[in-house]
Design a protein around this ligand. Structure first.
Ligand SMILES: Cc1cc2nc3c(=O)[nH]c(=O)nc-3n(C[C@H](O)[C@H](O)[C@H](O)COP(=O)(O)OP(=O)(O)OC[C@H]3O[C@@H](n4cnc5c(N)ncnc54)[C@H](O)[C@@H]3O)c2cc1C
Length: 275
């Protein structure tokens, strides 16, 4: 995974729009102070209300989409104080934004298949990724299993379904849409019946339980896998050291026992971390 080449900036950004995409999630669209092109999918931003109404420490969110070079969207699941404060910002007011942060995903060659495993807001790093795969002409070799407890928590599912040429599969715990079961069971079923390729890059993002289940499964199945971690973090740019993940001594980051999710991540090859 390459480190994002763009230099991060911090600026108050006007909230252009805000729309609900499920019982507890919104998409926020921000006006950027400068156009962003060539940004790696999977990078993130630290966001907080510019008027100081949120907690002192901003919160990290994956860049969701770039509807125009000078506009960015973020998919935000409302959890606690930080996300409640962001959700309360009215359009026209400003959100303080530092981005782009983190390494993001590197796209493989177009002929290399990709299988994405995402749960809930863990879909966020992948919309931009999928658009880039389509630009590569690699839609037919790009598969995504998007899972949640129930269909209403497949946030902004229509945006993914609208990407013509991608193999998108829903999985819900209650069977309300797509595969009846979790994303790991859906992945296992797809590999077993040959509708998913084994010789592929496997990328995952989602809640800790999903990522641990995926990591165990990928190790057992010897899959070439990457995880985008959602570790708690403070600064987002490597100063506070609040987001360490233990490295695998024999892996590519093994020269030091810890990596910072914000700088060396949030995307890690599975072989590089103890997770
Ligand atoms: C690189 C990165 C990218 C992220 N991208 C997105 C995104 O695109 N969309 C999105 O909705 N969220 C994303 N997150 C998670 C998001 O940052 C947290 O949900 C947010 O910080 C919660 O803040 P809060 O103040 O609302 O909740 P808090 O008050 O801090 O916590 C509320 C509850 O959520 C739990 N919680 C909070 N943060 C985390 C976490 N990181 N891992 C596990 N449990 C947590 C707490 O234990 C508590 O139970 C990302 C996190 C990282 C590190």
């Amino acid at each position: 995974m390459a480190t994002a080449e763009l230099t991060a900036w911090t600026a108050p950004c006007t909230l252009l729009s805000r729309r609900e995409v499920g019982p507890d999630a919104i998409i926020m669209e921000l006006a950027l102070p400068e156009p962003m092109t060539d940004v790696a999918p999977g990078v993130f931003a630290m966001l907080s209300p510019a008027d100081g109404s949120g907690p002192e420490i901003p919160r990290p969110f994956s860049l969701y989409d770039l509807p125009a070079p000078d506009r960015a969207t973020f998919l935000v699941q409302i959890m606690g104080r930080g996300t409640q404060a962001l959700a309360a910002v009215p359009p026209g007011q400003e959100v303080l934004c530092t981005m782009p942060l983190g390494n993001g995903f590197t796209l493989p060659a177009p002929e290399r298949p990709v299988v994405i495993v995402a749960g809930g807001v863990g879909c966020a790093p992948f919309l931009h990724y999928l658009r880039l795969r389509l630009q590569q002409g690699a839609g037919a070799r790009t598969h995504m299993i998007y899972g949640a407890r129930e269909a209403s928590r497949l946030y902004d599912y229509q945006a993914f379904a609208a990407l013509d040429g991608i193999d998108l599969r829903a999985a819900t715990d209650d069977g309300s849409l797509g595969f009846h079961g979790n994303v790991i069971a859906a992945l296992d079923a797809g590999l077993a019946n040959g509708t998913l390729p084994r010789d592929a890059d496997f990328l995952a993002c989602g809640p800790a339980g999903l990522l641990h289940g995926f990591a165990d499964y990928a190790r057992k199945q010897n899959l070439q896998a990457w995880l985008s971690l959602e570790t708690y973090m403070g600064c987002g740019f490597g100063v506070c050291n609040a987001c360490p993940v233990a490295t695998e001594p024999e892996g590519p980051l093994g020269a030091w026992p810890w990596a910072r999710t914000c700088c060396e991540g949030p995307v890690f090859p599975l072989t590089s971390i103890q997770f």
